[in-house]
Design a protein. Structure first.
Length: 494
């Protein structure tokens, strides 16, 4: 029998030391295994990636109010804004979509928050709308939430712009672009406690649409035969060309942002929800000055919002999925570009969340959730957090939803927590686009559990022992929208 001498003992203990050091590095070395969601995000094919090349999914929720005549996020008279954001985070969302109007940006008001009962949000009293938005963006970052800014409409008000366009008489295209430049400059320096940017993208315009009171006077997509071909020279109506102009101005200030471009309603005579038709992008894509930043966005709703011809007595999950694939999901399925379902929502009664009846709201919502589960690259944002909304997730006083909420249970199946270690089997990382500035990295992330480290240590000991001696509201454009505007009067080039 071979003697286990000093030289052998040196070899064994050296090997043990190396293995133990490796275990310690796994337990306490966050820089070696960065969390998902670090830095600015970019795209590769149909996937959104963080600055370390790790796949991320936007699983967001809209919190509206800044776009309304109140010019401030709703709920601040009911609840402390830190608590609202904490509830959003604790409910499993990773991103907040914040709608605003051009009027709010150019003429911010001072909301009367001093009237709020219980002396809540005292730090917001006497601040104007933009200053309050600053506080909310910062607090979102402190909670580990990302923010996407959404230009919801021109004048302060409800819903989308009734003309279907991205500008108005009072806020022409040059103002729309200038306001985006102002906000992008304002929030470029806002970072979370780990130094990561809070605002990761801009939703250039909410729900542009073509059909206004039965006439094709709104926004069109290039190549639309029902809109005279919608040439790019038609600067008053061609939406993707306008989006490219705005995106260029935004990226000139911050070339790291994601640019979200929504669809229209109708293309070549086939209609969907306003903002929900991206069929034209197949042959006439949006082109940005930098690659790796474009995300297409669609909106989708059920029949309680407005009856539609695809909701009928013989509607099946298959026919609904075919409808989505035809209008927007094909962009993700064919690896053309990422897709973000920027709005969808349902009421809070169980029959509108799950219902096998053909053509019902519950069938639509349950099928959509199942579809998003099967398409993990498609991001999403639920409409909305607001307790006063019929589809609102939070309680009327902006308290947290019930943990037994069927809606929350369904949404939980498609959520994607950030700031956690990625799975052991990760997708191949793709580097950030080379034409962008260097991406920031987080300073810290969660380590693996200590129990896992101890387990690895025990494995190391066994190996040494064995070596002796020998480790993701609106109306369809069917002519029902009103307040159409004269196209010549609205021409941005006029």
């Amino acid at each position: 029998m071979k003697t286990f001498g000093a030289r052998d003992r040196f070899f064994v203990f050296s090997r043990l030391a190396v293995l133990f050091a490796g275990v310690c590095l796994l337990v306490s070395g966050p820089a070696q295994l960065p969390a998902q969601g670090a830095g600015y995000w970019h795209t590769d094919g149909s996937q959104i990636l963080d600055s370390d090349g790790r796949a991320v999914r936007i699983a967001g929720i809209s919190w509206f109010g800044f776009e309304t005549t109140d010019e401030v996020a709703h709920g601040l008279w009911n609840q402390d804004y830190h608590r609202i954001l904490h509830t959003i985070k604790a409910s499993g969302f990773n991103t907040v979509r914040i709608p605003f109007s051009n009027q709010m940006v150019e003429n911010p008001t001072i909301p009367p928050l001093e009237r709020a009962p219980g002396r809540i949000n005292n730090d917001l009293v006497n601040l104007n709308s933009l200053e309050i938005m600053d506080r909310i963006v910062s607090a979102a970052g402190a909670e580990g939430l990302k923010v996407i800014l959404d230009n919801h409409r021109s004048e302060a008000g409800d819903s989308n712009e009734h003309s279907g366009l991205w500008y108005s008489r009072e806020y022409p295209e040059r103002s729309w672009i200038a306001d985006w430049q102002s906000l992008v400059s304002r929030y470029r320096s806002f970072t979370d406690p780990d130094g990561n940017p809070i605002v990761i993208g801009v939703d250039l315009r909410n729900e542009p649409f073509l059909m206004v009171n039965g006439h094709a006077t709104g926004s069109c997509w290039t190549g639309d035969t029902a809109a005279g071909g919608c040439p790019i020279t038609d600067t008053a109506h061609n939406w993707p060309a306008a989006a490219q102009r705005a995106a260029a101005a935004v990226l000139d200030i911050n070339p790291n942002l994601l640019i979200f471009v929504e669809g229209v309603d109708c293309y070549n005579g086939s209609c969907n929800w306003q903002g929900g038709n991206l069929a034209g992008a197949a042959n006439y894509p949006v082109e940005l000055p930098y690659s790796g930043h474009l995300v297409y966005s669609a909106h989708d709703y059920g029949p309680t919002t407005s009856p539609q011809p695809w909701f009928k007595s013989n509607t099946t999950p298959d026919t609904l999925q075919q409808h989505w694939m035809r209008n927007w999901a094909y962009l993700s399925a064919q690896n053309i570009a990422p897709v973000w379902l920027g709005e969808f929502g349902t009421n809070n009664n169980d029959r509108d969340i799950q219902n096998p009846a053909a053509g019902s709201q519950g069938q639509w919502f349950a099928t959509l959730i199942a579809f998003l589960r099967s398409e993990p690259r498609i991001g999403w944002a639920y409409w909305a957090a607001n307790g006063e909304d019929s589809t609102g997730l939070l309680a009327h006083n902006y308290d947290a939803p019930s943990r037994t909420s069927l809606k929350l249970e369904e949404l939980a199946t498609i959520q994607f927590p950030l700031n956690q270690l990625p799975p052991v089997v990760a997708q191949t990382a793709a580097p950030a686009p080379q034409n962008d500035p260097p991406q920031p990295r987080p300073h810290s992330s969660n380590g693996i559990p200590l129990a896992a480290g101890m387990t690895l240590t025990m494995v190391a000991l066994v190996m040494v022992q064995r070596s002796q001696p020998r480790d993701d509201k609106k109306k369809k454009s069917d002519g029902s929208s009103d307040d159409g505007l004269d196209a010549e009067a609205l021409d941005p080039e006029a």
